[in-house]
Design a protein. Sequence first.
Lengths: 116, 280
Amino acid sequence: MAEQQRVSIPGTTLFDDIQAQKGYALNKMCFSFNDKANRDAFKADEAAYCARFGLTAPQLAAVQSRNVLQLIAAGGNVYYLAKFAGIFGLDVQDIGAQQTGMSKDEFKQKLLNAGQ
Amino acid sequence: MAKIVGSIVTSHVPAIGRAIAGNLQNEPYWKPFFDAFPPIHRWLDEVKPDVAVVVYNDHGLNFFLDKMPTFSVGAAPEYRNADEGWGIPTLPPFTGDTELSWHLINQLVNKEFDLTTCQEMLVDHAFTLPLKLLWPQEGACPIKVVPVCINTVQFPIPSASRCYKLGEAIGEAIAAWDSDARVVVIGTGGLSHQLDGERAGFINKPFDLQFMQSLVDNPKWATQYTVEQLVEHTGSQGIELLMWLAARATIKGDVRALQNTYHLPISNTAAGVMLLEPLA
Ligand SMILES: [Fe+2]
């Protein structure tokens, strides 16, 4: 059987086999943030904590930048990234605003408009 | 034999947990959503289910990418909720029904659904919040539970058609269970939303409404779509409608919708709630 054709949806990265392999270390670190002790350890010494997971250079840069699109490009999956964002008190509307280049109020308005 | 008394499908947005914890149910932002539930509470009081089969998707609490089962079924005497990292209060443990769990596992594997069985399983907001919405009283959930988890984290994700068949097989297994238990099947997730990428905030009201209507009129409607097409129509997390589809498919034949609520937005999500009762 032919390899399934990859689908392209604008502004969307499907978390497929390519992303899952590329993002493994980053997602593993973010998964660890389910535990408060690990979130605290990250906050106490970010560089040392990242080193424990062997992040790639693009993943390290993305973590340092706190930039969600960059984190996704480095293989991050949004379910795990949400735990990373939680460390900074950011919710899904904050990260929605950041990714779409809007203010949080503009992003909320966009969501309201979808109901019209 | 056991009987499915109905199916309840609802969104499971984490913000619901914050609203419950903060007692915000009557705030204008929340009221249209929470108002869907008192009629369902009255129905639950009447039909008195003994056990809930909960079809949901884990968001990185119990499963990581090291081992990612497509379909998994809980077989634990108790299921614990835990910290998910972004701070909603943890709910008390849920009591399992291991007899039904193993009955489902045996029947489903026999029908060629090659499951992962979990004698220990943490349950995340997608499992806990819907149960809290349905049984809002203080303390633990008053009925027993069996979790059924479908992978929506990592592609390949099982197709709508496959999830529908899983639901049918669960329904047949419950109908073949030598028990007088009354079972409610709960499906949680959706509706349209997307958290990630430049397309974050994507919502598709016409598609959601058509999907909800289809569960009553033409339940296999959504099985015409590939998962990728569902992402296109409903957003990357909108594919959680697969849980609704599997839950609906557990009921053989026609249903009537005793409750039907659609409200948006809740956080980044178009929220829906339906109570479906078998006609036969
Ligand atoms: Fe979800």
